[in-house]
Ligand binder design. Sequence first.
Ligand code: HEC
Ligand code: HEC
Ligand code: HEC
Ligand code: HEC
Ligand code: HEC
Length: 373
Amino acid sequence: MLIAGALAGACAAAPDAPARPAGDVEAPSGGALPGAAEAARVPMPRPARARLGAAVVANQACEGCHEEVAREWRASLHHRANTEPAYRRAFAIEPMPFCRACHAPEARPEEPEPEALGALGVGCVTCHVTSDGEGGLAGEAAAPVLAAPWAGRGAPPAAPHAVIRDARFGGADACAACHEFAFPTARGRSAAELMQSTVIEHRASPAADQPCAACHMPRGPAGRRGHGFAGSRDEALVRGAVAVTARRLSATRVAVTLAPANAGHAFPTGDLFRRLEVSAEALGPDELVLGQAERYLTRHFALRPGAIGRKLVADDRVHAEPVTVELDVGAAGEGRAIAWQVAYQRVAHPNGVDLRDAEIEGEIRVASGRLAP
Ligand code: HEC
Ligand code: HEC
Ligand code: HEC
Ligand code: HEC
Ligand code: HEC
């Protein structure tokens, strides 16, 4: 493959802070560019690349030189996007080419993905090599690599490949084409038609001025951006999304308040079947549960009889404002302690719409406590 050939053996150490190395260019920026320059702007990462074997070979070259980054990426859900059991189960229920466009973006969406392309998932090349044709993976020259503007001291170290720096790659634009999209049957892109809406949620959040990378690619000791892309499986990250308090309103009622803390978007965000379970139990002797109540904070969808797809009927997730949930455990609460809990849940593709029947694939306890009688 071209990038491998052009770069072979060039993994040398960078020289001491010289002027900007040759091949390290700033992409034209701003919206006020005339047509031709605008068209020359490098595209941002996106689904459905279908570059097949060329992507696998080029990705191996990236991994060979950037070993530490590669180790982090291999442990991430981006690399496992097509092989993770949660995805395989959901895809078995709704096997659509649409899904492959993001979960195996280097394969052809309309055909079963060859194993190597499924195993690649969202690769280095999917995010960093975005131009088509000449200069891209299919081009004659070594593929130029997309990077964020240089944030370190002095000049950037020389790379054995061209580097195009683009401010959009340092922000939500690097993620937007995959992390916000409409249902396959939707006609528009209103909030109700979006299957995932992380980018508009981010724009409306208190963290709108922080890039996605600030939280999902934290810098390591050497100042380099991490590539682990922690999310739904990271207990500390998930717990930090909200600050939770609870108080007793009466003998039978409690109020649990979730205030946004370190989430850069709605909590939960992402996939449809994420939710918060807010629950309370009246406890008798030996912790016997005498009465209980729960509520689910999520995007609530209804199936549409006789039609394809789902319809959004309510969204009671935590956005930019605190959310208070009141629960009544019933007469059993009189004179009893009430235990409360907030749990973040990953739910399997639900069979019906009764939230209590859903199959839980993963759970993180966000907060819990006990209120005296
Ligand atoms: C032959 C070795 C080699 C190969 C192959 C290679 N790189 Fe690099 N790359 C380097 C070196 C050396 C640097 C400069 C030092 C550094 O930043 O790590 C660099 C710099 C970079 C940078 C810029 C970092 C910055 O902001 O200054 C990015 C991004 C990058 N490489 C990604 C990739 C990707 C993606 C691939 C595969 C398409 C790839 N590289 C292939 C060696 C390589
Ligand atoms: C999901 C998209 C995505 C994937 C997959 C990905 N990267 Fe990155 N990478 C980025 C973004 C975005 C940045 C710039 C973040 C910033 O500085 O704001 C980046 C930064 C980098 C940097 C510069 C790090 C620094 O801070 O100096 C290197 C080098 C790099 N990536 C290499 C790789 C390699 C090699 C792979 C595969 C093993 C890979 N990337 C996979 C999105 C990705
Ligand atoms: C080419 C499409 C694509 C791009 C570009 C992309 N992602 Fe992803 N991302 C995915 C897919 C698909 C998954 C789901 C993997 C799975 O769990 O099956 C994912 C998963 C994640 C997760 C883990 C979610 C979880 O449940 O824990 C995080 C965090 C994430 N991406 C952040 C980012 C950020 C930040 C960027 C931009 C720098 C980005 N992604 C760019 C496709 C993409
Ligand atoms: C201020 C920090 C912060 C910023 C900025 C941020 N996130 Fe997150 N993100 C979190 C936290 C905390 C979680 C875990 C709680 C949750 O799931 O919402 C998370 C979770 C996620 C998940 C997994 C959701 C799930 O439950 O499966 C994805 C995907 C994700 N973020 C993508 C993004 C993207 C894309 C952006 C930029 C548009 C972004 N994030 C900006 C903090 C942040
Ligand atoms: C436009 C890109 C895109 C398309 C199309 C897409 N997904 Fe995803 N998918 C994502 C991203 C991004 C995530 C990460 C969000 C999260 O984990 O909450 C994700 C997460 C998931 C998850 C959670 C995986 C996990 O590890 O927990 C499942 C399941 C899933 N998708 C199934 C599907 C199915 C089935 C289809 C087709 C009907 C599909 N997706 C189509 C981008 C896409």
